[in-house]
Design a binder for this molecule. Sequence first.
Ligand code: CO
Ligand code: CO
Ligand code: CO
Length: 319
Amino acid sequence: MCGLPLIDDPNLLVGLEKADDAGVYKLSEELAIIQTIDFFTPIVDDPFIFGQIAAANALSDVYAMGGRPLTAMNVVCFPIKTMDISVLREVLEGGLEKMREAGVALVGGHTIEDDELKYGLSVTGIIHPQRLITRAGAKAGDKLILTKPLGTGIVNTALKGGLADEETVAKVTRYMVTLNNRASELMQEIGVNACTDVTGFGLLGHACEVAQNSEVGMRIYAASVPVFAEAVEFARMGLVPGGTHRNREFRSSMIEIAGELPDYMQDVLFDAQTSGGLLISVSAAKADLLLARLHEAGVVEACIIGEVMDQPRNRIIIE
Ligand code: CO
Ligand code: CO
Ligand code: CO
């Protein structure tokens, strides 16, 4: 990262050299710790819900590696001169509620004064070193499963512009506060080859990272990707966050559009997600079983959205 002189340590299983969802450090042959941190400015008006979303989002990187989060610390920036302290209390309560649901112990935190409210968590989880699921294991012939619909970034932009109605916001919020724990447990149970969570780079941005780290290509069936219908409507109107456009520009050389895909659908596929779903690469033989188990467990929007190919390497073909 930024050409920093990195420390060479044989116990560092996942570090900064090959970006993954979290750092992983081996403590013994049976145990490794997973560490991650994430915090951001509010994306919804309700402070309690913002706390829930920020916590679910921060925990997600541990789930994406197949790990079990154990402890967390609050990371808080708060404008004490302009905002009532009760807002902070609600944010922290929202975060705590998600930690309780995840079985995670809050062990501390740190607050500084800042112009803008920011909240998130630093999370520590555990995993057996041999059961680690990274972005680097996708194999030709795998099916790709996505566990949550896309479009939270677009809907949040519409919300800021006063264009999204309450019902739409409530629906999208339900997904953002949903932990990726069930999907993570099931992929560990059934056995998968690679996984990442869909966040700031959007589905295609994160798919590109899996393709690069795994040295494979992918085919994604646009019509099979679960999306919020409202997000598609807003994207058609051109309501797309700046981050989504940057995602598209950054990865354009890896993307090939085969067939008809309206321009706004590319925006949806690149839309920066908050607390998005897991993108799982699983062998074709296990894909239907995993999908059925996900649906049974209440992850009802999970879909097979594509497949992994040996060639063309480092490219994603959208059909
Ligand atoms: Co991640
Ligand atoms: Co991450
Ligand atoms: Co993260």
